[in-house]
Write a protein that binds this ligand. Sequence first.
Ligand code: TYD
Length: 222
Amino acid sequence: MTIQAANGLFISFEGIDGAGKSTHIDSLAQAFTAQGRVVALTREPGGTPLAEQLRQMVLNDPMDAMTEALLVFAARRDHLQKVIVPALARGEVLLCDRFTDATFAYQGAGRGFDWQTLLVLEEWVQGRAAQGAVASAMPPLQPHLTVWFDLAASVAAQRLSTARLPDRFESQPLAFFEQVAGGYAKRLAADPDRFARINADQAPDAVGRDVLRAVRSKGFLP
Ligand code: TYD
């Protein structure tokens, strides 16, 4: 059985730093739990002990864009093998705070690392390797839905200015986040059916309603 044929539901959440994903991920988890679904909450980079160690390095240690890209994909492979694929095979709802679109947005559009090379890494990590298949034609595993919290970089920066000590990404200038947002827009354009673009420049209640509406319109919640 391929991963796509399993009963699980895979939803990822994206946006520039400060876009405010966290509370909405928790609310959605409650909505699925109320439907009797088993929910697995996870994040990238991270989600396994090894991947969490890689996360600490990526967020804190100086390195170039290629090293960043390789480390986040190494973390992703471990996460896929140990958490994501097994959870989907068990039929769970897997809610993942960031996934590969973040690599295209941050390492690709933000840091300027080669987009084509990221596509190759995506195919390696989420394609045949991740699915344990010999066939090379198997498409990369992708979320069934990606919720993109879209917010102007200037508004996100204001929200972040009151937050805790910034990491290597949060401390980047406004122009970096404008590029990152452009990366998300490019990913959406390449696969529009997978994305729900949410206007994150609203009161939290309104954002939450839009997220629920997007998930319902896909038929994932009644
Ligand atoms: P984030 O998801 O914002 O978590 P928190 O709210 O706890 O800080 O932090 C993860 C950071 O990692 C974020 O700045 C984006 C970055 N990132 C990448 O650069 N590439 C990736 O592939 C992923 C998944 C995240």
